[in-house]
Design a binder for this molecule. Sequence first.
Ligand SMILES: *Cc1c(COP(=O)(O)O)cnc(C)c1O
Length: 371
Amino acid sequence: MPYLLTPGPLTTSRGVKLAMLADYGSRDIEFRGIIKKIRTSLLELAQCRDNYECVIMQGSGTFAIEAALGSFCPSKRYKTLVVCNGAYGERAAKILNRLGRPVVTLDKGDSETPTPDEIVSVLNADRTISHLWIVHCETTSGIVNPIAAICKAVAGRALTVMVDAMSSFGAIPIDMASSNIDVMVSSSNKCIEGVPGFSYALVKRTLLEESEGICHSTVLDLFEQWAVLERTGQFRFTPPTHALVAFQKALEEYAREGGLAARHARYARNAEVLVKGMREMGIETLLRDDQAGPIIQTFLTPRDASFRFETFYELLRRRGYAIYPGKLTKRPSFRIGTIGQIDETVIRGALTAIRDVLKEMKVTDMRPLEG
Ligand SMILES: *Cc1c(COP(=O)(O)O)cnc(C)c1O
């Protein structure tokens, strides 16, 4: 199978894959111990104090997003401000619209970050905004939003701050307690390097307690999920047992690697080697270096008439590297993920493959397409 140079699911370690060779019953005492350990580890990793809770939700990351929006966002009188600079912000706004919850957006396009001042002026202009939703690393382009500075700028307001840290959690620091973040969501198959199957929300306990009966959905109700996890140590409905056991293994490997600092360093090195190598070929990045994080890199499509993304993708895949086929930004571009169980040796291999494939395709003019 090829290396996955994508934003998830990612290449996982052999240990994580092997952990899934055991079958656990959902009520098994050892399995319940694993759930408990995972919840505690995640709270520690986000630097939560003991006024936070971790609620695990079956399903991909979007399930935790819809669960959090449905469990905490107001349905009348007050509004949620969604800051958008890519597809994931837009998706959160779409979910709120679908749920009939009042929403306003601040749209920064594809390659700009919102400034704290800008957010403050939107809040000042509309006193009915009670909730803020913002993406930490907008995986559409890989841009990293200044969460800590934004939280500092809105401190002291009656504002519930909710962060989608799906693609950054575990690799880019987030300090929930000192930033006073109310809700953070992430999932099993991103920077912790587990397999897909569940997502989780870290939430202030008081907010959870106040959310009883608010959620539009039974399965996505974070209050009920939390209450049953607390009371029984079990999920309400069948848990993704293998994904959870694999995740516990991934957390152990994460600690052994050296935790967040080591993981950040490995991903940052992957990104650095990749961007340098691509630039040497003449391929440009969408973002400036001070905007791009270590998670995923966006490259502008070469204008050479011989470049076809589908061919490029397929030839790279045959050489053992699966890049990201989605095209979400407005400018013609493609993305290469730098996270997962890969290091700079893998990235160097990918660069060699890219060089060979471009030659085979007879692509020589790497300047970006206009648009
Ligand atoms: C991966 C990701 C999600 C969740 O996507 P799923 O396909 O539901 O797992 C949400 N937000 C961001 C920023 C992501 O990177």
